[in-house]
Design a protein around this ligand. Structure first.
Ligand SMILES: Nc1ncnc2c1ncn2[C@@H]1O[C@H](COP(=O)(O)OP(=O)(O)OP(=O)(O)O)[C@@H](O)[C@H]1O
Ligand SMILES: [Mg+2]
Ligand SMILES: [Zn+2]
Length: 335
């Protein structure tokens, strides 16, 4: 598992929030117990005093604090038992003043022996998926909901196959791709007209791959190029740092979904930005899924040979054909 710095920071904050909340609960309980039963708190103070005396005494004498503490463990346990009894007598649960953790394994620090704890990884994954769903409606787009019956089953001359057969092939490849995503995965280029399920399938891949904990970033070509422009021409602006981190994420994420290539305004700058993105990701080993309405001819006309040759040579092309699914759904009274 590799981590995106921004999301990891947020996940750690959330774990820290749990720790804080538990500490606050304990502090509130102490105050409550003190008000109702000072005797309990006296036992409590005795326990803390005992432990810290042993620890500091041990340090002075230069022997291991752990051994010393184990020597008075019996005393400590007796005190804890007395505290529990006193608590119950005062009408509190016996464990009312025990330290509580959401995760006992890492005691809500997020790390065990310097390695990320399972609880941190779980929060991290959830955050990755949440980040992605703010960009992409992965909520209702998944392989399970992919409907092949929406595609015509009639022969299409241009593709030498039916739209449904093409969609089925694309679907199968994408599902395998998502299930086996890793360093050896290919790059994919989805081509075809509007409303044929290209974004749908890329969102389905995104969902599965990000749930596995890979860093997945989705954006349209328009806004990717826009970010590169901002970074280049708007330096020093208020959100320069934000823009820089966005560009870094486009470059560094493990899977980038670049949607609607060809809808951005094409300028010399856009050409070179797209080239450095595609080429940089090929060099660094990041995987990219691109969707476009452009046909081969249009692609070659629009982009420079170095970019086109990479798209044609380093990407597996999947073709989509047929009628706009939006129209088909409307005709069939589906939403
Ligand atoms: N196989 C499918 N099963 C169910 N719904 C689908 C399927 N394919 C597409 N849709 C739905 O049809 C609409 C258009 O699909 P999508 O956005 O994926 O098209 P697209 O190929 O990306 O088109 P564009 O090139 O215009 O971006 C969406 O609402 C999508 O949820
Ligand atoms: Mg689309
Ligand atoms: Zn943990």
């Amino acid at each position: 598992m590799s981590y995106d710095g921004k999301i990891l920071a947020r996940a750690r904050d959330m774990i820290a929030g749990r720790r804080r909340a538990n500490a606050e609960t304990l502090a509130r309980r102490r105050a409550e117990v003190l008000a109702r039963s000072p005797a309990v708190m006296a036992a409590e103070a005795e326990i803390t005093g005992l432990i810290s005396a042993v620890a500091s005494g041990a340090l002075k004498k230069g022997f291991d604090a752990g051994t010393a503490v184990s020597g008075v463990r019996a005393d400590c346990e007796a005190l804890l038992r007395r505290r529990a009894e006193l608590l119950e007598r005062a009408g509190f649960p016996a464990d009312y003043l025990d330290e509580k953790y959401d995760c006992a394994l890492c005691r809500d620090t997020g790390y065990v022996l310097g390695k990320p704890c399972g609880c941190l990884n779980a929060v991290y994954k959830a955050e990755t998926v949440r980040e992605l769903s703010s960009m992409l409606s992965i909520g209702d787009q998944s392989f399970e909901r992919f409907d092949l019956s929406l595609y015509d089953d009639t022969y299409d001359r241009e593709h030498n196959d039916s739209p449904r057969a093409l969609a089925e092939a694309a679907f199968t490849i994408c599902r395998e791709y998502a299930a086996n995503f890793g360093k050896k995965s290919a790059n994919l280029l989805f081509r075809g007209g509007t409303g044929l399920g290209k974004t749908f399938l890329s969102a389905s891949i995104a969902r599965v791959v990000s749930e596995k904990g890979f860093s997945v970033v989705y954006d349209t070509a328009v806004s990717v190029v826009g970010a590169f422009e901002l970074q280049k021409f708007d330096r020093g602006g208020a959100d320069a740092e934000e823009v820089a981190s966005r560009v870094r994420r486009y470059m560094d994420c493990e899977l980038l979904l670049l949607d609607d290539l060809g809808t951005e305004m094409i300028t010399g700058f856009a050409q070179s930005a797209l080239y450095s993105l595609v080429n940089g990701r090929l060099l660094s080993g990041g995987k990219t899924v691109i969707t476009t309405n452009l046909g081969g001819e249009e692609l070659r006309r629009r982009y420079t040979p170095p970019l086109v040759s990479r798209l044609e040579g380093e990407y597996i092309a999947l073709s989509f054909a047929g009628r706009d699914i939006r129209t088909v759904k409307r005709e069939r009274g589906l939403r």
